[in-house]
Design a protein around this ligand. Structure first.
Ligand code: CTP
Ligand code: CA
Length: 223
């Protein structure tokens, strides 16, 4: 197997990746979630491992599996769990890739018993979750930080705001303008945005997109 060879470009590097959705409990049997498949993050994890990196994958609930002999898989459910796993591993990592589709809001109160169907309407009060990536951006001491953005309007401007606000090295903008891009599909069309430049890529499989993102990470180390 070639991932034990000496001359792999990410040999000796530690990479921490989040993937998949997070779920926020409403009561013991219900949650708020999203349709993220986790594919992008899992492809990045596998590609990084094959390039010689030591990989830790923090995954929200997905149907995917991964080579756990060579990748340290930490399974989490809520945003709070993902936040804690990310912070516990951040100091010793070289790169953090935030591919997770993190819930933005969670119920302010979690019912300890199943909510009964009593009234004609039900209002849930929601409160913001922790912004995992932004909190790591404040804590970063030389680690490379990579985020994702999926926008429906003012794509580049919104992505640039996130790049700056979260203190990232680059942000991967997923284009929704092309058929076959996004959450459920196996392909993505991305742009990689740096503070001073932007690179556009063709519509590709998520495996190929993972390769493109890792090439950019390798270039960050060589810069
Ligand atoms: N992210 C995170 N923690 C959150 C929300 C987002 O770590 N609570 C990360 C995502 O993994 C992604 C990046 O931040 O890499 C941008 O996520 P996105 O949902 O596009 O941006 P938000 O900051 O949540 O803003 P909005 O949803 O309003 O566009
Ligand atoms: Ca969000």
């Amino acid at each position: 197997e070639n991932h034990f060879s000496e001359d792999l470009p990410l040999k000796g590097k530690k990479i921490l990746i989040t993937a998949g959705p997070t779920y926020e409990a409403i009561d013991p049997v219900r949650f708020i979630g999203n349709h993220s498949s986790g594919k992008m993050g899992y492809e990045i994890a596998e590609a990084a491992m094959k390039l010689g990196a030591e990989v830790t994958l923090i995954s929200g609930p997905t149907h995917l599996s991964i080579d756990e002999k060579h990748i340290n898989l930490l399974r989490v459910t809520s945003t709070r769990d993902m936040y804690e796993a990310a912070h516990a591993n951040f100091a010793e990592t070289d790169v953090f890739v935030s591919a997770a589709a993190v819930a933005d809001y969670k119920p302010k109160f979690v019912a300890d018993k199943k909510i009964k169907k009593n009234d004609d309407s039900l209002t849930l009060e929601l409160t913001k979750t922790e912004d995992i990536l932004a909190s790591l951006g404040e804590e970063k001491r030389g680690q490379k930080l990579i985020g994702f953005a999926l926008e429906t309007n003012n794509e580049e401007e919104n992505a640039r705001k996130k790049l700056k606000k979260k203190n990232l090295d680059f942000i991967v903008l997923n284009s929704l303008n092309d058929k076959g891009a996004g959450f459920k599909s196996d392909t993505n069309k991305i742009s990689i945005i740096y503070p001073d430049r932007k690179k556009d890529f063709d519509l590709k499989s998520k495996k190929e997109v993972a390769g493109d993102i890792l090439n950019e990470i390798i270039e960050l180390f060589n810069a």
